[in-house]
Design a protein around this ligand. Sequence first.
Ligand SMILES: [Zn+2]
Length: 317
Amino acid sequence: MRRQIVLGALLVFGALSLTVAALQQPPAPSAAGLEVEKLTDNLYVLKALTNGGGGNTSVFITANGVTVVDTKNPGWGQPLLEKIKTITNNPVTMIINTHTHGDHVSGNVEFPATVDVVSHENTKANMAAMRPPSFTAPPAGGPAPNIFAAHQGHNLPKRTFKDKLTIGAGADRIDLYYFGPAHTNGDAMVFFPSARVLHMADVFANKGLPGMDANNGGTGIGYAATLTKAANWADSANVEKIVNGHNAATTTRAELREFISYIQDFVKAVQDGKKAGKSVDETASAWKTPAKYAGYEAAPVPVRVRANVDLIYKETK
Ligand SMILES: [Zn+2]
């Protein structure tokens, strides 16, 4: 009897700890945890249904193979490969990494070594180091280990570019652009001309305050100017849809222009705070999203606001 009670208590306690763990940790990576959005017959976006999956992944099917843009958090490489098999029988032949952050590159280590890996030249250098972003709180238990160091450099970038790189031709063509530093100093924008889709990743992650990563060459005061170059180019190329780093849906060029003015307003408010002699903390806690930005996150994560304010203070002479 007593033993049964103890056993029962242990079971209840076990179930409780499982529940607590489930609340604290995102669900294990699985193909079932990925949602497929079809943009055209040969271009798809694979999104993690829950927080913890990582950035959006574009999947572009060409005659010779499949190109994957960004590979999400650790553990999501195999689920991505599994999910891609439900879309096409063509093998994955190329990964393009938009920038160095762990939620966009970590799945690389689960792809075969035969895959070509392409990034901006600064992103290749950043990925060798995998410095944590400046705008997120360090995880409990210390910074995540360098996933590429732990995998003998498996699927670090093999091919890089500086300003522009064209891969393939005709319907299979992909154009990579670098318009300058913003989220990091190696933000590649990936254009699929046949679909008129531009994968911008975390330079325009969602309708909210972007990370301005001081640890990886990002900028606050130059952010809007880089985005304006991209937006002017997108107008000339008649881009129809933008794949954002973390947004649930694609966005438009009009939404990109609105995002640029949101960033300009943020930077101006921060610089005004500095001019008025306010401390970084005072300026960070005073900032809130102006009401005219409908659909934007009302209160960005404080650690991100503070890190961005700190960078803009340092950049403003
Ligand atoms: Zn990022």
